[in-house]
Design a protein around this ligand. Sequence first.
Ligand code: RP5
Length: 176
Amino acid sequence: MKSKAAKNEAKPLVGILMGSDSDWPTMEKAAQTCAEFEVACEVRVLSAHRNPEETARYARSAARRGLKVIIAGAGAAAHLAGVVASHTSLPVVGVPVESGSLRGMDALLSTVQMPPGVPVAAVGINAARNAALLAIEILALSDGALARKLEAFKGQLATRAREADRNLAKKMKAAS
Ligand code: RP5
């Protein structure tokens, strides 16, 4: 059975934003993950600093347009996720993107240290796939078919971990 997210292909449920097109090599993993789970998404370059008015407009109209979760990735003084969260009550997942001399630590702290009342669910540096998985988990709360796909995915992770465990045990045995 197709999930609600898949049936609704024309209507994006997840907005994937980035502060610059230089963030795309990182953020494309979020788009790829949404595609893997057949979750419709839209991708935009919107900057908290370079075009703040458009960014605010996007965030304010997101729920009205049918989006359910917003993923926002930015590097350096990364204010994008926080600014978006200040203009919407949708869940916002922040991806700190590695860039410049501080190698993502600046973006991590800027993204995660939100004031009380305006949360951003920050994932690890460059962890755009995890951001998408979190968005999919949020959507799966009200989409049974998507929830089953997630269960199958988690099952595969467990299978791979068991295989790795068996393979390592074999190597250790062969080496002893
Ligand atoms: C941030 O500054 C962007 O999100 C990007 O990670 C970084 C550098 O941007 P560019 O100078 O490459 O456009 O706002």
